[in-house]
Design a protein around this ligand. Structure first.
Ligand code: M6R
Length: 594
């Protein structure tokens, strides 16, 4: 949440900062601002999107600058609360991500010492603390200020007259992009891909001084070396590529994502070596943790592992884990996070590690915090996911879970071969869903008039009902709830009727007959039914008001094709309702606060 950028080098900073901020807007978009320093520090900010800010800006001279795009935590979105924030003199400017837990106490102290605050944010204490401790060195003043701060932060600091940026991070991501006699700061890799693919990841507690020519990092008060990495993504990966929205582009990338993720795993000599967590000898159970869409992937994972490996899987929402208990009996866990930066997931991993738990992370972002603190990492190869609504990362997570599980499945070699073949056929099957896209679009036009909807499924498609409902609500603002089909009659039936459609995800497996019965019950309560059924299904088709045919696949893989249909349904429904699909209200891409 919130995006940070910084530039220092030989070029004018303004254009570069605005471009980087535009690429980072998915992290938060309720307000934004930049500060450029030459002889003086100049700050421009407002409660508008980056494009609008760019249109109002005068030309700012300066080859050092910082920028921020905000997702409000302390104080409403407004010009005053937008970053960068300054000290009393206006010479020091700071962009901050994270939450300062002791900001009230620090503010009271600083006010009593004569500092004047203008915003409602916690972040504003940082420039004032730096001002307080500044004698003759900005890095020293920043380090002294950070000593006082409790909470999480990624910061970039500039001061007029200084040809350096000071950056620091704790519990919030920050990277340095290395250029040719110029350097970049960002909270996320896609921000800087136009300029460089060489990055340095800062570790917890690092403070770095960045000039155009060098980066000096201090960790625990001593100079440390941080390796440079090459990012595996290109600028093209992070662009819309002719699509109207990132979400649609990313939905359409899914056949490629499945292929890339599979070929990555197949090309690793012993892909199963890392995965003893799923089926290692004596394994009694598995714990899986995640949030949001990744949590739904974990729920699908539960069905995959329990069906194939026959060991119990416990899936928990990461934000609930600290209240609910302990790691699994054998102290091994799979943690799933697309961004690798979700605060609740990071907190859960820390707790797991305190319990000596061995943590395997499934993540999409190389170098993310999750990837660095987990014991083992399995990367999905979805490429950068910019749309706030997760789509391709979910499908990539499912592929990772199939792949982790297959080597340990209690099936014979022939069945195993069939499953591998089934996995390899998935890109073609997803393509078949796209062949039906116009029909889904027309249906969405009708669906868009409803204000409430239920999504139901059973077995391995129950989590897909949850995911379908989440997709619809987050981008179309239709109130949607996902339920296991059998649960509807235990309460939600009270809400059924002609104005409340039910989307039924029907698979040809041992849930089919029960789903059929549930659909009849729903129809008896006069709710319109939209059913996802295999191409050649007659029975459900005879009952439902609308049908979306899906290509036939092994029921184990049906979540992959079904979810693509529901992603398209959500997308076109939101489009019909005129919603800002890539920037849904109140949301941001990665949730780096608890
Ligand atoms: O980056 P993560 O996978 O840890 O993110 C978890 C959730 O915030 C995320 O899946 C969220 O629910 C989706 N953006 C919804 O589409």
């Amino acid at each position: 949440m919130c995006g940070i950028v910084g530039y220092i080098g030989g070029r004018q900073a303004q254009t570069i900062l605005l471009n980087c901020l535009g690429r980072l807007e998915y992290r938060g978009y309720d307000s934004c601002g930049i500060a450029v320093a030459a002889e003086h520090t100049t700050v421009f900010k407002d409660a508008v999107r980056v494009k609008a800010l760019a249109q109002t800006l005068p030309k700012l001279e300066g080859k050092t600058g910082i920028g921020h795009t905000r997702w409000a935590t302390h104080g409403e979105p407004s010009m005053i609360n937008a970053h960068p924030h300054c000290d009393c003199t206006g010479r020091i400017a700071v962009a901050h991500n994270g939450v300062i837990n002791n900001s009230q106490k620090l503010k009271q102290q600083l006010v009593s010492e004569g500092h004047l605050f203008v915003s409602e944010t916690d972040s504003e204490v940082i420039p004032h603390l730096i001002e307080k401790y500044y004698e003759d060195s900005l890095p020293k003043a920043v380090e002294a200020a950070l000593h006082e701060i409790e909470g999480s932060y990624a910061i970039v600091v500039l001061m007029e007259g200084e040809r350096e940026l000071v950056v620091a991070r704790k519990d919030s991501p920050l990277i340095i992009g290395i250029g040719d006699r110029e350097n970049f700061i960002a909270s996320d890799v896609p921000a800087i891909l136009d300029y460089t693919s060489r990055v340095m990841y800062l570790e917890e507690g690092d403070v770095a001084v960045v000039t155009g020519d060098e980066v000096k990092v201090r960790g625990n008060g001593v100079e440390v070396a941080r390796e440079e990495h090459k990012v595996p993504w290109t600028v093209k990966d992070a662009q819309r590529g002719g699509y109207e929205h990132f979400m649609l582009k990313e939905i359409h990338e899914q056949p490629k994502v499945v292929r890339d993720t599979l070929s990555e795993y197949i090309s690793i000599a012993q892909p199963a070596a890392d995965m003893t967590v799923v089926g290692g000898s004596g394994m009694e159970d598995i714990l899986m943790l995640a949030c949001g869409t990744s949590y739904h992937a974990a729920l699908v994972g539960k069905y995959i592992i329990e069906q194939l490996v026959k060991i119990p899987v416990r899936v928990e929402i990461a934000s609930e884990f600290s209240y609910s208990g302990r790691a699994s009996a054998r102290n091994k866990a799979i943690v799933i996070s697309q961004s690798g930066e979700t605060a609740d997931v990071l907190k859960a991993i820390k707790q797991l590690k305190n319990e000596d738990c061995h943590v395997i992370a499934v993540t999409n972002v190389v170098g993310s915090t999750v990837s660095r603190i987990a014991d083992q990492v399995v990367y999905t190869r979805a490429g950068p996911e910019i749309s706030v609504a997760a789509t391709k990362s979910f499908v990539a997570q499912l592929i990772a879970l199939y792949w982790l599980t297959l080597p340990y499945s209690r099936v014979d070699i022939r069945q195993l071969d069939e499953m591998v073949l089934g996995l390899r056929q998935l890109p073609g099957k997803i393509q078949q869903v796209f062949d039906n896209e116009e029909a889904i679009k027309s249906l969405a036009a009708e669906f868009a008039r409803f204000n409430n909807a239920f999504f139901v499924g059973r077995g391995i498609n129950y989590p897909i009902a949850l995911e379908g409902a989440l997709k619809l609500k987050e981008i179309s603002y239709i109130h949607a709830e996902g339920y296991s089909a059998g649960e509807l009659k235990h309460g939600p039936f009270a809400l059924l009727g002609p104005e409340t459609p039910v989307v039924a995800v029907v698979a040809r497996d041992n849930t089919y007959e029960a789903m059929l019965a549930n659909i009849k019950e729903v129809k008896a309560r006069k709710s319109p039914v939209l059913a996802l059924v295999e191409d050649d299904d007659d029975e459900v088709s005879g009952l439902a008001d609308w049908i979306i045919p899906v290509p036939g696949v092994d029921a184990l893989f049906s979540p992959v094709v079904n979810v693509v249909v529901l992603q398209l349904l959500a997308y076109y429904t939101a489009k019909q309702r005129g919603c800002p699909i890539d920037f849904p209200r109140n949301l941001a891409k990665s949730v780096t606060v608890e």
